[in-house]
Design a protein around this ligand. Structure first.
Ligand code: NAD
Length: 544
């Protein structure tokens, strides 16, 4: 029963705390890191009302200090995925019937808990588990996730208000129903906020969800789950399981009630999912929604009018924050010959000032890459670049050391071949490749930007000449879903720069915007006629 039209207005973005020396937030975060480091947690799966412990324990270790154990999680198998689907379907009717204001307030309460009581724990688990420095954790696991929850509640309110017109003698209305069946959320390691957003955005619409995070993000994922439960999320609405990728696919994509997948991760994995879903199409009750935000090979192109200092700052931050492990990270740069010397000199100097090490020492700008597999892969590319005859030069960095943690120095490769392998492939690490183009050949350089990689996620033009800005904005219209002018290509903020790319970078459903929520809804139109006709014959049937 609803006795009012409850509307949730546009929120403000959660303020980003600075963690300056002497600040209370810095002291609180340091204290939490100590608490987290001094204990070992035991993390169950959350299926329906159960905390499931299988005894198959997988240790969680900080990537920057892999000898330390933070705790372990209990890994599951196909039987747990089946249980999770059953629990989700059992919760479905009750959840779908809950009034919007009560559903919404669960997520708003979770956002408030994250902003206050658990802020240091959201950030602390992200820092230790995913090797993010304090600022990178703050903009991700605190602010972005809080924003996702609050803005999505507002966007849902807006959707519910969108109603059709009614002619005389009738009333038309639209119901925004959840999908029939369950939604699968599969999330990546690199953003805690994405881990929280993919299951909650679908659940907010009234759907029930099976959530599989990346194994390397479980330490912060379990915080999200515990907070959602404390905020009042009913059992079974979101079920958190830790299984390997192929297992989750095998069970979920072979289930007749599979209603959609909300994925963020690499392009190859998403393509495989799409193929399997396509092959299994005839077994589903509905056409599943397939939403995926995937890889990137993000560019910065500078024009000859660019301020070299702006170029250097955009590259230093855009390529190396969070060790380049952002889908939006700048990884290929096109620098005009007239400023190339100055840009290279200043970029190398800036990178040499970047300290690398543990997240507990706040003076470290660079921390470790996520795991050994990623370390080894990055080292292979760097070793190939170092080889005689590779045709490329390492301007700075290039050292890799995994003795204590998975540390890769921020590295800049210069190539004279604009299609050198590191200009084309997503490396997902602190490696930037730079290509110097003839300053008079801006159009040719833009063609290279547009045609060098299969991705189209983020990109930036740096120029003072307004005509160059306009030319790049038009020429590169389809090269990036998030395009930046005189800025780095990273750091999208919910409600300000809705995020997502096209081509090989995903379905571009713009996480954290109203567009994404439509994918988890299936509208029903209802027409009621007040004084219905009682004779089938129309007036035109009379000849005279
Ligand atoms: P990943 O593709 O390795 O893993 C993502 C998730 O998919 C994990 O939970 C993983 O366990 C699961 N998975 C792996 N194989 C699977 C399979 N066969 N079936 C089902 N699930 C499977 O990606 P990652 O290393 O965690 O994250 C990095 C990637 O994510 C990069 O490519 C990056 O560009 C992309 N990313 C994109 C965005 C975006 O918005 N476009 C945002 C963040 C990350």
């Amino acid at each position: 029963m609803q006795y009012g039209d409850f509307y949730f207005p546009l929120p403000a973005n959660e303020p980003v705390l600075g963690y300056a020396p002497g600040s209370p937030e810095k002291a609180a975060l340091k204290a939490t890191l100590k608490v987290l480091k001094s204990g070992k947690i035991d993390v169950p799966m959350y299926i329906g009302s159960q905390e499931v412990r299988t005894g198959k324990k997988v240790e969680m270790r900080p990537p920057h200090e892999h000898k330390h154990v933070l705790g372990h999680f209990h890994a599951g198998d196909a039987s747990h995925v089946k249980q999770a689907i059953t629990a989700a379907l059992a919760a479905k009717d009750g959840w779908a019937a809950m009034s919007w204001e009560n559903r919404a307030n669960i997520f708003l309460k979770a956002a408030d808990l994250m902003a206050t009581k658990y802020r240091t724990y959201m950030n602390g688990t992200t820092m230790l588990g995913q090797s993010k420095n304090a600022y990178q954790a703050e903009i991700d696991s605190a602010c972005e996730l809080i924003d996702f929850l609050r803005f999505n509640v507002h966007f849902m309110s807006e959707i519910y208000r969108q109603q059709p017109i009614s002619g005389p003698g009738m009333y038309n209305r639209m119901e925004y129903r959840p999908l029939e069946g369950f939604v699968l959320a599969v999330t990546p390691f690199n953003f805690t906020a994405i881990g929280g957003n993919l299951p909650t955005s679908a659940a907010m619409c009234g759907n029930v969800v099976v959530w599989k995070p990346s194994n390397t993000q479980v330490y912060s994922a379990q915080m999200i789950m515990r907070i959602l439960r404390e905020a009042g999320l009913p059992d079974g609405v979101i079920n958190l399981v830790y299984v390997d990728g192929p297992t989750i696919g095998d069970v979920c994509f072979n289930h007749p009630d599979f209603a959609g997948v909300h994925f963020t991760g690499s392009t190859g994995v998403f393509n495989k999912m799409w193929e399997i879903i396509g092959k299994n199409m005839s077994m589903y009750k509905s056409y599943p929604r397939i939403v995926g935000e995937t890889g990137g090979k993000d560019f910065v192109i500078a024009h000859q009018s660019a301020d070299p200092d702006v170029v250097v700052a955009a590259l230093a931050r855009g390529a190396f924050e969070y060790q380049g492990q952002k889908c939006s990270a700048a990884s290929r740069a096109y620098i005009p010959s007239n400023i190339a010397g100055e840009v290279k000199k200043k970029l190398v100097a800036a990178i040499k000032t970047m300290k690398m090490g543990t997240v507990e020492d706040f003076s470290n700008f660079i921390n470790a890459v996520i795991d050994e597999k990623s370390f080894d892969r990055l080292e292979t590319y760097i070793k190939a670049a170092k080889k005689k005859g590779s045709g490329v030069k390492i301007l700075v960095g290039g050292n890799c050391d995994k003795s204590k943690g998975y540390f890769i120095e921020p590295t800049v490769i210069e190539t004279t071949d604009p299609r050198y392998v590191t200009m084309c492939e997503e490396l997902f690490g602190p490696v930037l490749t730079l290509y110097v183009y003839d300053a008079g050949k801006f159009e040719e350089a833009m063609t290279l930007v547009d045609t060098t990689s299969p991705y189209a996620l983020t990109g930036a033009i740096i120029a003072q000449d307004r005509q160059a800005v306009e030319r790049a904005t038009n020429r590169l219209r389809n090269s990036a879903g998030n395009f930046y002018i005189n800025d780095k290509p990273t750091g999208a903020v919910v409600g300000q720069q809705p995020f997502g790319g096209a081509r090989g970078s995903g379905t571009n459903d713009k996480a954290g915007s109203i567009l994404n929520l439509y994918r988890w809804l299936s509208a029903r139109t209802i027409k009621e006629t007040y004084n219905p006709p009682v004779d089938y014959r129309y007036a035109f049937l009379g000849e005279k």
